[in-house]
Ligand binder design. Structure first.
Ligand SMILES: NC(=O)c1ccc[n+]([C@@H]2O[C@H](COP(=O)([O-])OP(=O)(O)OC[C@H]3O[C@@H](n4cnc5c(N)ncnc54)[C@H](OP(=O)(O)O)[C@@H]3O)[C@@H](O)[C@H]2O)c1
Length: 284
């Protein structure tokens, strides 16, 4: 299949290139080659490559930055998605797009299902919800994948931040009142490939399996990376001075994905250990 990956230099986009490139004809575009906020650019790159599927991993992902740069954030995460969907509709292509646990308010207490009501509590979540609506309204042949707490080999992420801080400081203070499911971008890219190959359409929640707090996650990162002599102190979110509020409960149910693909996602601890020990390999 011919697949165009938008945002191919990003954390998820770079793994999508590797994973989808095994078995498919894949090309990628990113900043410099196109601007997702331009309808003309989106139409041009889709027309030039003539893909059967467009996978959009381009986004404005600075959650705190979205609070102060609302226009830029909505231009990419909401209007940009409409541009992609319109370009796909004109070209007869399917669109695969990513959204986030931050479309929910985090008060549910058990895993969020695809049809649960969305009530974002920050600008990033609002912009991603608007993008979801634009996709669903514009293009019937879409796959909308909500995911959470990503880390990967490319770019900045929580795992790299904890390891860097541990090198410089003897004590780390990490929030323990937000829970979610850490997810390796390589695993998400493989799940995406499955959904495309099985021709699944609609909305799916996809994360690694299991639940932890950021505090638990930090401790496990240090344990698997064999970093000794660093103390991790649990703190409430209220002690962190961040612009955007975060949902307290960010767990997404993978049940629909499992029923559609007959596959389960790996437990987050297994994926993290693979990532940290460099064992991660691409499953064919
Ligand atoms: N990271 C997470 O924890 C997380 C959690 C849930 C959902 N998601 C979603 O998962 C998807 C992938 O996230 P990610 O963390 O892999 O993102 P990322 O690393 O920030 O990559 C996004 C890519 O999009 C590019 N981009 C930004 N503005 C653009 C524009 N105007 N035109 C074209 N390209 C543009 C970025 O380029 P520059 O770097 O040059 O700006 C970057 O290469 C996103 O939809 C995100 O919302 C992420």
């Amino acid at each position: 299949m011919k697949i165009l990956v938008m945002g191919h230099k990003g954390m998820l986009g770079s793994d999508l290139m590797d994973v989808l490139g095994r078995g498919h004809e894949v090309t990628g575009v990113d900043v410099g080659e196109f601007d997702i906020t331009s309808g003309t650019d989106c139409a041009r790159v889709v027309r030039e490559f003539r893909p059967e599927a467009v996978v959009n991993a381009a986004a404005y992902t600075d959650v705190d930055g979205c609070e102060t740069h609302r226009d830029a954030c909505f231009a990419v995460n909401a209007d940009g998605v409409r541009n992609v969907a319109e370009a796909c509709r004109a070209a007869g292509a399917k669109a695969v797009h990513y959204s986030t646990d931050y479309v929910f308010d985090g008060t549910k207490g058990d895993p969020y299902l695809e049809e649960d009501p969305c009530r974002p509590i920050n600008a990033y979540g609002e912009s991603k919800r608007r993008g979801e609506e634009a996709l669903v309204e514009t293009l019937e042949r879409h796959v909308l994948i909500r995911t959470a707490w990503l880390y990967g080999r490319q770019g900045k992420n929580f795992v790299k931040a904890i390891l860097a801080k541990a090198r410089d400081e003897g004590t780390l203070r990490v929030v323990d009142d937000q829970v979610g499911s850490p997810t390796f971008t390589l695993d998400l890219a493989q799940a995406t490939k499955l959904l495309i190959e099985r021709d699944c359409l609609g909305t799916y929640h996809v994360t690694n399996r299991g639940v932890c707090s950021w505090y638990d996650f930090a401790r496990r990162i240090l344990e698997y990376a064999q970093v000794a002599g660093v103390t991790v102190v649990p703190i409430p979110s209220s002690e962190l001075d961040r612009k955007a509020r975060r949902p307290a409960y960010s767990v997404l149910s993978n049940r629909k994905f499992m029923e559609a693909t007959q596959k389960t996602m790996r437990p987050w601890q297994v994926a993290l250990n693979d990532y940290l020990t460099g064992q991660s390999h691409i499953h064919r």
